[in-house]
Design a binder for this molecule. Structure first.
Ligand SMILES: Nc1ncnc2c1ncn2[C@@H]1O[C@H](COP(=O)(O)OP(=O)(O)OP(=O)(O)O)[C@@H](O)[C@H]1O
Ligand SMILES: CC(C)(CO)[C@@H](O)C(=O)[O-]
Ligand code: BAL
Length: 274
C-alpha cells in the first residue's frame, strides 16, 4: 500500500494505476462503516484508493473541527488490511493552497433542508471537497455510506447535474449490535450518553414497524423518541429523494439529535402501505 500526502505525489501514483479505480472518501477515525465501503469498493474496482482528510470547509465555527479524532496510524493499518492500494492523506494547504476557495459548489435547495438547515454551509463544504477529491483521484466508482443519506443523495445529484464521469455507489449503514449507527463521533459519548443515543435507532425502528401496520411512520417514530437526555433536532419522513413522502411505496425516515454535546444522525428505508 502506498501512502501519499501531496497532490504531486498523488498525481504520479494515480497515473500508475491502470484499470478501474474505486475511491472511498473519509475523514479518518476509521470504523466498521468505513470498512464496509472499502470492501464494496475492493469488490467492484481493479484499484482501491482511500482519502483521509478532515475538511475544514464543512465545519461551522462552533462545530467539532478542532476535536475531530485524528488517528492516522491506526487508519493506515485499517486501509492496509482492507486491501487499499493508495492512500491520499493531504494537509489543509494541499487541498486549499490559496486558503478558503472563493468558488464553491452550490448544493441547491436540497442542501438547505435537514442537515443543511442545522449546519449552514455544510453541503457547500462537502460538495466542494468531494468535487476536488474526484478531480485529484479521478475515480470510476466512489462509495458513500447511507448513514449520511442526504450527503450521498446530494453527491449523486452533483454527479448528474455537473456531468461528472464517476458512478456513485451507496452502501447500507453498518450498526453496533444494539442498533446504534457506527460513527466516528460515537467515541465522544460518555457511557450514559451511549445508552441515550440508542433512542435514535429505536425511534426509526418504531417508525418502520408502524408503517408495516399501515400507520403514520413519522408520528410513531416521534412518539418512540425518548427525549431523556437526547434532544431531537429533526425526525422526518420523506420520499427516497428527500421530497415529500408518498402515500404508498418507498420512503425514508431520517433523524438527527443532540446527545450531550454530540450531534448524531441516522436514517432507514421504510415501505409505506396505504
Ligand atoms: N455506519 C456507517 N455505515 C456505512 N457507511 C458509513 C458509516 N459511517 C460512516 N460511513 C460513511 O463513511 C464515509 C466517510 O464518513 P466519515 O469519515 O465522516 O465517518 P463518520 O463515521 O460518518 O463520521 P462522522 O462522525 O463525521 O459522521 C461516508 O461516506 C459515510 O457515510
Ligand atoms: C465525504 C466527506 C469525506 C467529505 O469531506 C465527508 O463528508 C464524510 O466523511 O462523510
Ligand atoms: N459524516 C459526514 C461528515 C460530517 O459530519 O462532517
Amino acid at each position: 500500500m502506498k501512502v501519499v500526502h501531496t497532490r504531486e505525489e498523488l498525481a504520479q501514483a494515480r497515473s500508475a494505476l491502470t484499470g478501474s479505480v474505486g475511491v472511498v472518501l473519509t475523514m479518518g477515525a476509521l470504523h466498521e462503516g468505513h470498512e464496509a465501503l472499502l470492501r464494496a469498493a475492493r469488490a467492484r474496482a481493479d484499484h482501491l484508493v482511500a482519502t483521509i482528510f478532515v475538511n475544514p470547509l464543512q465545519f461551522g465555527p462552533n462545530e467539532d473541527f478542532g476535536r475531530y479524532p485524528r488517528t492516522l496510524e491506526k487508519d493506515l493499518a485499517v486501509c492496509a488490511a482492507a486491501g487499499v492500494d493508495l492512500v491520499f492523506a493531504p494537509s489543509r494547504a494541499d487541498i486549499y493552497p490559496d486558503g478558503e476557495p472563493m468558488v464553491r459548489v452550490n448544493p441547491g435547495p436540497l442542501g438547505e433542508i435537514l442537515e443543511g438547515a442545522s449546519r449552514p454551509g455544510f453541503f457547500h463544504g462537502v460538495l466542494t471537497v468531494v468535487l476536488k477529491l474526484f478531480q485529484l483521484t479521478r475515480p470510476d466508482f466512489s462509495f458513500f455510506g447511507e448513514k449520511d443519506y442526504q450527503q450521498v443523495t446530494l453527491v449523486r445529484r452533483m454527479v448528474r447535474d455537473l456531468d461528472l464521469p464517476v458512478t456513485i455507489v451507496a452502501v447500507p449503514t453498518v450498526r453496533e449490535p444494539d442498533g446504534l449507527a457506527r460513527s466516528s463521533r460515537n467515541r465522544y459519548l460518555a457511557p450514559a450518553e451511549r445508552v441515550a443515543a440508542l433512542t435514535l435507532s429505536a425511534a426509526l425502528r418504531a417508525g418502520v414497524a408502524a408503517a408495516g401496520r399501515g400507520e403514520d411512520a413519522e408520528a410513531a417514530a416521534r412518539a418512540a423518541f425518548d427525549g431523556g437526555t437526547a434532544k431531537l433536532d429533526y425526525l422526518v419522513l420523506t420520499d427516497p429523494d428527500l421530497g415529500p413522502p408518498p402515500a404508498k411505496g418507498p420512503g425514508r425516515l431520517l433523524v438527527a439529535a443532540w446527545v450531550g454535546s454530540t450531534r448524531l444522525i441516522d436514517n432507514v428505508p421504510v415501505e409505506l402501505v396505504a
